[in-house]
Design a protein around this ligand. Structure first.
Ligand code: GLV
Ligand code: MG
Length: 327
């Protein structure tokens, strides 16, 4: 292990993250009652320019009046290059209580972007005597943001998670896409001919590098990596496949841009019973080894390394949070 200790962001469930346009207040109650772990109320791209102020008012009212239960609640502010962002931060923080957990910053390009918002948030928190420190969710969705992702991840102690915003990212790098967060028929490999001269074509994941890079930056800084949107809301199998591959790469969860995607994300990012059971047995074996003064821990005849014990602890803690949420 390195001498550097990686401080972990506050532990929260982040399997499903529901996007709700701030200009659609009729959706707020339903979002509050949904099974989403996190709801973000959007002031950015889901809101047309002539609706920005109204959306901000809606979001402020929702944070004050709606019972969000045990949900983590976030607000996606507008980008730092817009004329809306400072008011998003100041009005939302000045006019709401402690129900707001997170601010989501879109299109982060440099560590200084995070620093700037941190300064503004810190001032309002101090001036208004806000008790709960607001955390940051950062969307990595531009070439610049992806280039600087490591510095961005380390830019503030408020940082909690990095999100892969595939729609804007594709536009920024000028990738060819057919649907948001999906695969592309041109992105694949052609196998050599078999004995009959036939050749298989294997579709591949165009977002592998971007997600993997973001995951490294997030985990190296104790943050949660989260996969962004999947645009085809009529394709649950496509969503599941995208979520599974994000989970394999280390992501904690995925956005839901339609309520029906919430259950899919919760299903895929909830560890299986078999995984949890094995993790509990690893921890029991470790405790028993400690009681017996043995340094080496073994389970079912195999030695268990420290990395597996650490992974088991994380998994069990997560399973316990999921069980607590389910009541
Ligand atoms: C999310 O904001 C995206 O651009 O995918
Ligand atoms: Mg975006």
């Amino acid at each position: 292990m390195s001498f550097k200790i990686v401080e972990e962001a506050p532990a929260r469930l982040n399997r499903s993250e529901l996007a709700v346009p701030g200009s659609s207040p009729q959706m707020f109650e339903k979002a509050a009652k949904s099974a989403a772990d996190i709801v973000f109320l959007d002031l950015e791209d889901a809101v047309a320019p002539d609706k920005k102020e109204e959306a901000r008012r809606n979001v402020i009212a929702a944070l004050n009046d709606i019972d969000w239960g045990d949900k983590t609640v976030s607000v996606r502010i507008n980008g730092l290059d817009t004329p809306y962002m400072y008011r998003d931060v100041v009005d939302v923080l000045e006019q709401t209580g402690d129900r707001l957990d997170l601010i989501m910053i879109p299109k982060v390009g440099t560590a200084a972007d995070v620093y700037a918002v941190d300064m503004l948030v810190s001032q309002v928190e101090q001036a208004k005597g806000r008790k709960k420190r607001v955390g940051f969710e950062l969307i990595i969705e531009t070439a610049l943001g992806m280039q600087n992702v490591h510095e961005i991840a380390a830019a503030s102690r408020r940082n909690e998670s990095l999100h892969f915003g595939v729609a804007d990212y594709a536009a920024s790098i000028r990738a060819r896409t057919v649907r948001i967060g999906g695969v592309h028929p041109d992105y694949g490999v052609l196998a050599d001919p078999d004995e009959k001269g036939e050749r298989d074509y294997f579709w591949a994941d165009p977002w592998h590098y971007a997600i993997a890079r973001m995951v490294v930056a997030a985990r190296a800084n104790g943050l949660r990596p989260v996969d962004g949107p999947f645009g085809d809301i009529r394709d649950p199998d496509g969503y599941r496949a995208a979520a599974r591959r994000a989970a394999v790469l280390g992501c904690e969860g995925k956005w839901a841009i339609h309520p029906f995607q919430i259950e899919l994300a919760n299903e895929i990012f909830t560890p299986s019973e078999a995984e949890v059971e094995r993790a509990r047995r690893i921890l029991q074996a470790m405790e028993q080894a400690e009681r017996e003064g043995r340094g080496a821990v073994s389970l079912d005849g195999r030695l268990i390394d420290i990395a597996s014990i650490r992974q088991a602890r994380t998994l069990v803690a997560k399973a316990d949070r999921i069980a607590a949420k389910a009541g």
